[in-house]
Design a protein around this ligand. Structure first.
Ligand code: ADP
Ligand code: GLC
Length: 487
């Protein structure tokens, strides 16, 4: 089965968050089930040179969308056994960072049209185009409209995965009409029209053959008004086609036994893990002690991740005998919150602003407790990475956090973390305090860490679930029937 992944980011080429981890790791896991999965993304300026050099130009063509007509170069390369295609247009993508430009609508509408055109120039006919988040949202729409009878896409089906319903690719109706060149009939309430404008995410929710999201709990949540971001009605309408499949992590890429960011490799020895804590304390200028419990946070600094809860109890938390280490970038108000904490409590709090893969790994390894009190969390990979690095997660019971972290029960000895249900700062603080209490009971702590170590957060099970979704879409095909070759 040939699957084309359309994702605006993928490890190791470009990353802002968990989407990149998924688009990097899932193709490899699907490969083990016999699928040929290739990934197509924009050729950003920030793709590291040593990877960019491994690509060759395989085609050049024009992409017309609306009244525009733009150059597109198609590059192909293989990294770690996965074939990637890059969409090249320097005007759109030779810029710093991935998103956040005034013309993001135009950039990603171009990307979607370019993907549709690129299929003509690949030695690969996608049976399924698997699109991720709003940046690729127009692809399922184009497949059913402008490209419905295009031989390059004959027999192809689409899957759309919601990684985060909050980012909807919402633009003015006039702009999306102009960019797509699609008729008014496609912009009604049952079309792209949304919140007074038009949405690329909604286009996908309506036109994709199958929908998935990244955890079973989030799949339920987004059908309710509270989590539905005003798209809950569409999701309820499509609930038969919607599945929640929990993310995994690349356990080879993230392995405390084999991680060049760490000086002391470890697997199950808490003693050896704590050497990494000492190392991190040294680097961040915190008092060196293997015994002080260290709470880690690695996150985009945005409201979603529960920073308002943290803000409300930060002073109280820092009265405890703890250290808090935060790595993040995002909204200025949250950066200031932690900068101030580090100034007021120099022996207890350290903040590293910005994006650093190395520092992230050192915090997963150095911390004893990992805090993630998200307001909502489609899946969350950070808590899985924390478990992999034997840091005990304290999370709010929402989305994928609810599906991957089980609260420790001192009566049964079961559970790999701590959790609370309501979005309430003192419920969060109470859970942290519970974790701190058990941290001081060495045997109990060991048990909690071991419970976490036993969980399987690799992609094996979830990749099979995606294969089932693909199989449902191609079920009409007879066993061993060759795929049609269209010239
Ligand atoms: P989201 O995709 O919503 O940001 P996830 O938990 O799914 O949340 O994935 C976040 C990913 O990004 C993880 O791999 C995490 O380690 C990484 N990450 C987040 N912030 C940073 C940062 N400042 N520096 C390095 N890695 C980060
Ligand atoms: C989104 C979500 C996060 C999820 C990631 C990968 O960024 O916020 O919860 O883990 O996508 O699916």
């Amino acid at each position: 089965m040939n699957i084309l992944f359309a994702s605006s980011e993928a490890v190791p080429l470009a990353k802002t968050g968990g989407l990149a981890d998924v688009a990097g790791a899932l193709p490899k896991a699907l490969g083990k089930y016999g699928a040929d999965v290739r990934v197509i993304l924009p050729k950003y300026e920030e793709i590291p040179l040593h990877y960019a050099e491994q690509f060759e130009l395989i085609a050049e063509f024009q992409v017309s969308f609306g009244w525009r007509n733009q150059y597109c170069g198609l590059h192909k390369g293989t990294i770690d056994g996965v074939t990637y295609y890059l969409i090249d247009n320097e005007f759109y993508f030779k810029r710093r960072g991935l998103y956040g430009y005034g013309d993001d609508a135009e950039r990603f509408v171009f990307y979607c049209f370019a993907v549709m055109e690129a299929a003509r120039f690949m030695d690969f006919r996608p049976h399924i185009v698997h699109c991720h988040d709003w940046q690729a949202g127009l692809i399922p729409f184009l497949l059913r409209t402008r490209y419905a009878f295009d031989p390059a896409w004959a027999y192809a089906k689409s899957v759309f995965t919601v990684h985060n319903l909050m980012y909807q690719g919402l633009f003015s109706m006039d702009l999306l009409k102009e960019l797509t060149g699609a008729g008014d009939d496609l912009f009604g309430w049952d079309g792209l029209s949304h919140r007074g404008g038009a949405s690329c995410m909604k286009a996908a929710l309506e036109f994709a053959d199958k929908l998935t999201t990244v955890s079973p709990t989030y799949a339920h949540e987004i059908q309710t008004a509270y989590y539905g971001e005003q798209l809950d009605a569409v999701l309820r309408y499509r609930c038969e086609d919607l599945r929640g499949i929990v993310n995994g992590i690349d356990t080879e890429l993230f392995d405390p036994m084999n991680d060049s960011a760490l000086h002391s490799p470890y697997r199950n020895s808490i003693g050896r893990k704590r050497k990494n804590k000492l190392d991190l304390q040294r680097e961040l200028g915190l008092p060196e002690s293997a015994d002080i419990p260290m709470i880690g946070i690695v996150s985009r600094l945005v409201e979603q991740k529960g920073f308002d809860l943290i803000a409300a109890i930060l002073d109280e938390l820092l009265q405890e005998d703890v250290q808090l280490v935060v790595l993040g970038a995002g909204e200025r108000k949250y950066e200031e919150l932690f900068e101030e904490a580090a100034r007021n409590y120099p022996d207890k709090a350290a903040i590293w602003l910005g994006y650093s893969d190395r520092m992230a790994r050192r915090i997963y390894a150095g911390s004893d407790i990992f805090a993630m009190p998200s307001k909502f969390e489609p899946c969350g990979l950070s808590q899985l990475l924390a478990l992999r690095y034997r840091s005990v997660p304290v999370v709010r019971e929402t989305g994928g956090l609810r599906d991957t972290v089980q609260a420790f029960n001192e009566n049964t000895g079961e559970g790999n973390g701590f959790s609370f249900a309501n979005y309430n700062a003192h419920d969060f603080l109470y859970s942290i305090r519970r974790a701190l209490d058990f941290y001081r009971e060495e045997e109990v702590w060991k048990r909690i860490v071991e419970n976490g170590a036993r969980s399987d957060y690799s992609w094996n099970v979830s990749a099979k679930a995606y294969m089932d979704v693909y199989a449902e879409l191609t079920a009409h095909r007879k066993e061993n029937e060759p795929w049609p070759v269209i010239l």
